[in-house]
Design a protein around this ligand. Structure first.
Ligand SMILES: Cc1cc2nc3c(=O)[nH]c(=O)nc-3n(C[C@H](O)[C@H](O)[C@H](O)COP(=O)(O)OP(=O)(O)OC[C@H]3O[C@@H](n4cnc5c(N)ncnc54)[C@H](O)[C@@H]3O)c2cc1C
Length: 310
């Protein structure tokens, strides 16, 4: 079972399908059929750039994904990279995963806690709130927490009387203010301080920070505060042996590094080999974080795309 149907969760489901008969992916959001931002992914209204290495990792799990995203309207940016809104990226990914036999994705289903055996050595199920009702899913073999920054695994483990999860955090104090504009042919530009103009599908651009508006605005600016990044060291403690925590639930990186999607994809790839217990994937997932976490924690200017574009 996978909690969270965003980038890390969807790719984890694909990887698990290599050796698991059935994968259920639950997300607390209503998952839109169209291309629009959703509450559980507030960063979806802000610029997302996935570098070539990220596309390569996704392509290893989902051959042809790059072509599908291009066909859906993403704009070419160099030989191996595409620019699109985050909602288009995610919807293209979700549609691809929905087509896999043996994978079921359910929205409006919030995972609210974990059930374990008497020795707290295995997760046996999860409690779920769905449509105003509380229920449980039992007899699960493996739980992947891909619930992002909102992950409540530390609190669930504490409620079971297990050791606290060691956590490190770095104050970044970022505030993103982004807005879409109707404009065709505006050149994409990313500045070192995070301000940017990015071409998107449908002759639109997404502008973040204090940049001269390139055309007619679509909707109001969106604001997102990103005060701090954190890293949780699950690989250092005893947790139930069939619980794996990946993606932003394990570590949020400085968004200006544009590494979150790539790391999530590479971590998901670790699940293509049979998972006997969490030790191997959790340690290898941690190893993938070493360089980007060091870059996140390194002192830098606190410049942030903080002023509305318009
Ligand atoms: C402003 C900003 C800009 C960014 N720009 C980039 C970029 O340019 N390039 C890049 O690679 N990365 C970028 N990132 C990082 C990127 O968004 C994440 O790393 C990436 O989305 C992977 O996240 P995830 O799947 O782990 O979690 P998320 O994408 O946050 O998804 C978590 C999912 O879990 C669901 N959920 C939460 N709680 C529950 C629950 N209890 N039960 C069920 N479901 C639940 C949510 O609804 C959501 O669908 C940016 C981040 C921010 C904040």
């Amino acid at each position: 079972m996978v909690a969270g149907a965003s980038v890390a969760g969807l790719l984890a489901a694909r990887a698990l399908r290599e050796h698991v008969g059935e994968v259920l992916v639950l997300d607390r959001d209503v998952l839109p059929s169209g291309v629009r931002p959703r509450r559980g992914v507030p960063q979806g209204r802000h610029p997302h750039v996935v570098p070539a290495g990220g596309y390569e990792a996704i392509e290893r799990l989902l051959p042809g994904f790059h072509g599908e995203l291009a066909a859906a309207g993403a704009v070419k940016a160099g030989a191996a990279t595409l620019l699109s809104s985050r909602p288009l990226f995610e919807r293209t990914l979700r549609r691809r995963i929905e087509r896999l036999d043996g994978v079921r994705i359910a929205g409006s289903s919030e995972v609210t806690g974990v059930l374990t055996d008497a020795g707290r050595s295995r997760v046996t199920g999860v409690t779920v709130a769905s449509g105003g009702r509380l229920g449980a899913i039992e007899d699960i073999d493996l739980l992947v927490d891909a619930t992002g920054r909102a992950s409540r695994t530390p609190a669930w483990l504490a409620a079971l009387g297990l050791d606290p999860v060691p956590e490190e955090s770095v104050e970044l104090g970022l505030t993103y203010v982004s807005q879409r504009f109707r404009a065709s042919g505006a050149p994409s530009e990313i500045l070192a301080d995070g301000r940017c103009v990015l071409a998107q599908e449908g002759n639109t651009v997404l502008v973040s920070g204090n940049v001269t508006p390139p055309g007619e605005p679509i909707g109001a600016p969106a604001t997102l505060r990103f005060p701090r990044a954190f890293r949780r060291y699950y690989e250092r403690i005893d947790v139930p042996g069939n619980l794996v925590v990946l993606g932003d639930a394990m570590c949020t990186l400085d968004p200006r590094l544009r590494q979150g999607v790539t790391v999530a994809a590479r971590q998901a790839e670790l699940l293509t080999d049979p998972v006997r217990d969490n030790a191997r994937p959790q340690c290898e997932a941690a190893a993938l974080l070493e360089t980007p976490w060091r870059a996140t924690a390194a002192p830098k200017s606190s410049a942030s795309p903080e002023s509305p574009a318009a």
